[in-house]
Design a binder for this molecule. Structure first.
Ligand SMILES: *Cc1c(COP(=O)(O)O)cnc(C)c1O
Length: 483
């Protein structure tokens, strides 16, 4: 019988076994979890165990039944989402943190790397002296940024919205292509989803500045407080980058908070061929980026940047608590000297966002940057942007391939066309379903200018040129069988 002390064995041996299972998984020769021949669901769905089976047996089942029926997301040919499989160094750093520093606060090496990695990203992505805070993903990162914007807008009219709530209707201006986490943030912050005013885009998916100005003017005439302008540095749909310099200038002119959502696209600034598209970033009051997207971190890592984290503290402080601050070294104590990691919390990230307990994310970002450096990351961004551009060149030779939107970053939207087929949306939908079922190349679909598009998004460290060539060959082959 196994009791609560049943933990046996050393991590070296146990992680070795798990590592072997994960290596096999990453050969990606296994069938998909939902393949009709698979029967793991009945094997895993057991009754609540009253007696423990011990670590060995659980590890075996973890490897054989769970890992082996994991997600297609890390597959090299999977190009549906902007999240991807973690790089190996990210996996290692995440594992190390889960053991050696389950929390990001206190005076430890992990807390130091939290800050150092935020500063490295700020430097790498041209954010100057902006200060950051990590959170679980772009959703929370946008929420934190909108919380800062709310704090700033209301403080200017003499109200502390974090303490007293909001007292006036506000507007957040974001393009029709913005990520819907902006609307959710508005809801959570008590502003209401409808506070987000959808600004129309041009035919490249970029916010129309004239429409933005019109919306602001209309609100001002109606005594609605303009709270924030949200611009995209890489939309999720197509990778479009809004005219940041023009939008930033409007924000300054009207005195409105300027937020740039670079969850996906900000690392694209490393590709010198397109870095000019990010001009105006220096005007931003807040910026977010998701290292768990293009940088290849394990999922659960995003960062929000602002110029002064004191604003975040006012927006998000959880207020002092006896069980927290009271346990640290008290200022003015005769022996107020740091000699233990518990003497101080280090940088109080828990006051700059919405999470108290949180994993160390900085060590993951730090490790990824140290592994291949800015140069290595730049090469990766360029390789992925080249893969999206390759599709455009490739399609020139095939009348059955139509580019619906030329790529800005590493997303290309195209479709299969045939003169004899009236319903091209349906054709491409069927083509897409078959692609996915074949389990090799898995782009997503989206709608571009009202038409259904195949949408590969190249962000995974394991995406190579043969994936894009294989995808195009598969599209041509399946398309021909369907028409
Ligand atoms: C992915 C994405 C988000 C949301 O990020 P999560 O990490 O999935 O929560 C927000 N904005 C943009 C532009 C994104 O691409």
């Amino acid at each position: 019988m196994h009791t609560e002390l049943a933990e046996t064995g050393k991590l070296q041996e146990l992680l070795g076994r798990l590592g072997a299972g994960l290596d096999t998984f990453q050969e990606f020769t296994h069938l998909d979890a939902q393949h009709p021949s698979k029967d793991w669901q009945s094997q895993l769905t057991t009754a609540l165990p009253q007696q423990g089976e011990g670590i060995d047996s659980v590890l075996d089942t973890l490897i054989q039944q769970v890992v082996a029926n994991g997600s297609p997301v890390p597959k090299p040919g999977f190009t549906s989402y902007i999240t991807t499989g973690a790089t190996t160094i990210a996996t290692l750093a995440t594992t190390a943190a889960s053991v050696a520093s389950p929390q990001r606060y206190m005076l430890t090496a992990f807390n130091l790397l939290e800050e150092l990695s935020l500063q490295w990203m700020a430097e790498m992505f041209s954010l100057g002296a902006m200060q950051g805070v990590y959170s679980s993903g772009g959703s929370v990162a946008n929420l934190v940024a909108m919380g800062a914007a709310r704090q700033s807008a209301f403080e200017r009219i003499g109200i502390d919205p974090a303490a007293n709530g909001v007292t006036r209707p506000v507007s957040i201006y974001a393009s029709t292509e913005c990520h819907h986490t902006i609307q959710r943030a508005a809801g959570v912050l008590g502003l209401g989803r409808r506070a987000v005013k959808a600004i129309a885009c041009d035919d490249q998916g970029r916010m129309l500045v004239s429409e933005l100005v019109r919306a602001i003017e209309a609100d001002l005439a109606n005594d609605i407080l303009p709270m924030a302008i949200v611009a995209n540095a890489g939309t999720t749909n197509t990778g479009a980058i809004d005219p940041l310099a023009k939008i930033g200038a409007i924000a300054k002119q009207y005195g409105i908070w300027f937020h740039v959502d670079g969850a996906y696209g900000l690392p694209g600034i490393l590709d010198e061929r397109i870095s000019h598209l990010f001009a105006g970033l220096e005007l931003a009051d807040s910026v977010i980026v998701d290292p768990h997207k293009w940088l290849g971190a394990s999922v659960g890592v995003a960062a929000t940047y602002v110029h002064d984290r004191e604003l975040l503290r006012r927006a998000f402080t959880q207020e002092p608590a006896d069980y927290l601050e009271g346990t640290a070294l008290q200022e003015g104590e005769p022996s107020a000297r740091v000699e233990h990691s518990l003497d101080d919390f280090g940088i109080p990230y828990f006051d700059y966002g919405v999470e108290l307990s949180a994993p160390c994310r900085g060590v993951v970002v730090w490790a990824m940057i140290r592994e291949i450096g800015v140069t290595g990351l730049r090469q990766r961004m360029r390789r992925h942007n080249d893969m999206a551009a390759f599709i455009v060149t490739f399609a020139e030779d095939y009348p059955q391939l139509e580019i619906l939107l030329a790529p800005t970053l590493s997303i290309c939207c195209f479709r299969y066309v045939s003169e004899g087929v009236a319903d091209l949306d349906r054709l491409n939908q069927r083509l897409h379903r078959q692609l996915v079922r074949e389990n090799q190349y898995m782009p997503s679909t989206t709608r571009v200018k009202g038409q259904l598009a195949l949408r590969p998004c190249f962000v995974g460290a394991r995406h190579e040129q043969d994936q894009v060539e294989g995808l195009m060959a598969a599209v041509l082959r399946i398309g021909a069988t369907l028409v």
